[in-house]
Design a protein around this ligand. Structure first.
Ligand code: BDR
Ligand code: CA
Length: 311
């Protein structure tokens, strides 16, 4: 059983990550924290609660940072819509937020669990994680690992060289990569392999009942946006790839690298610079995901949805 805190900005793929984290019996989801990213904090927090209500998930949800550490706020309305989760009808929240700010929730949870037993899985901008590190520097030696969705090695994302989660708060991302804890980075290069094809959607719809229909409605909207905005053939369902690693380490392969975040380039700020070959003379600070086993991945996602639907 792996313990995790999911730090997210739902977001269509974040919503699927919530379902995977809560619906897989090998994971113990200790809480969900939200951060401004795909939409404003208010919207993504409402969406997190709506997904929990829809799926019958009952875990603490704590709202976090309203804006990045330093920069102007970026949102991704062109991909996720005005609500941040356009497509399906969203239910009303079924419970109240945890009263603590996300960073405090993360610190309290990690520091009260035995050392080395909690994974952090950030799948939005890294603001809450950087704030939690500042609040409690011992956090870094206490967590088991950080498995983050973010960055791009060689594919096109929000700009020709950047990926949204890192560019939305590059100073926070730089702090996380520099901290010295075990990091797995799940970049766009990996998540562009997690395409919600027509076959994938048909299976989720057929097996997942009402919750499956909700997921299909979400991913249909998401896929249309990606076709329009990025020319992809279907929706890349980024965020659950990070969660899947904790369930089945064989779901993707990775290679060690030194990863730095560009903070000053005129055209490149927010880029992740991934050095596999030691050309920059720095020690490796991350495992960088490179090849996804798509069959294993979609089995995990579908099984979690079916499990939640049946429970
Ligand atoms: C990342 O950005 C967001 O739009 C998605 O939820 C994902 O976390 C992909 O670049
Ligand atoms: Ca996200």
């Amino acid at each position: 059983m792996e313990n995790l805190i999911l730090d997210c900005d739902p977001g269509h793929d974040d919503a699927v990550a919530i379902l995977l984290a809560a619906g897989n019996p090998q994971l113990n989801l200790l809480g969900i924290t939200t951060v401004a990213g795909n939409q404003t904090l208010e919207k993504v927090t409402r969406n997190a609660l709506a997904v929990c209500a829809k799926a019958g998930i009952r875990v603490p949800v704590a709202a976090g940072a309203e804006r990045p550490l330093v920069r102007e706020q970026l949102i991704a309305g062109e991909i996720h819509g005005a609500s941040g989760l356009d497509g399906p009808v969203l239910p009303e929240p079924a419970f109240d937020l945890d009263p603590r700010p996300a960073a405090q929730f993360i610190v309290d949870t990690v520091m009260t669990q035995p050392a080395g037993t909690v994974h952090l899985v950030p799948i939005g901008p890294l603001t809450n994680i950087a704030l939690a590190m500042r609040l409690e520097p011992r956090l870094v030696s206490r967590v088991k690992s950080v498995v983050l969705m973010g960055g791009a090695v060689g594919v096109y994302g929000r700009t020709p060289v950047t990926e949204f989660n890192i560019q939305a708060d590059p100073e926070a991302a730089a702090a996380v990569f520099e901290a010295g804890w075990p990091i797995t980075m799940v970049p766009l290069d990996l998540t562009y392999q997690a395409l919600a094809t027509d076959e994938v959607l048909a299976r989720i719809g057929a097996e997942g009942g009402e919750l499956g229909t909700f997921v299909v409605e979400m991913l249909t909207f998401f896929g249309n946006q990606y076709r329009k905005e990025r020319g992809l053939p279907a929706a890349p369902v980024h965020d659950p790839c990070a969660v899947a690693k904790l369930i089945d380490p064989a779901v993707f392969t990775s290679r060690p690298a030194f990863v730095a975040v560009e903070l000053t380039g005129t055209w490149t700020w927010g880029q992740t610079v991934t050095d596999y070959r030691g050309q920059l003379g720095r020690p490796h600070n991350a495992e960088v995901a490179d090849r996804l086993d798509t069959v294993r991945f979609w089995d995990l996602v579908t099984d979690a949805i079916v499990h939640l639907h049946n429970s």
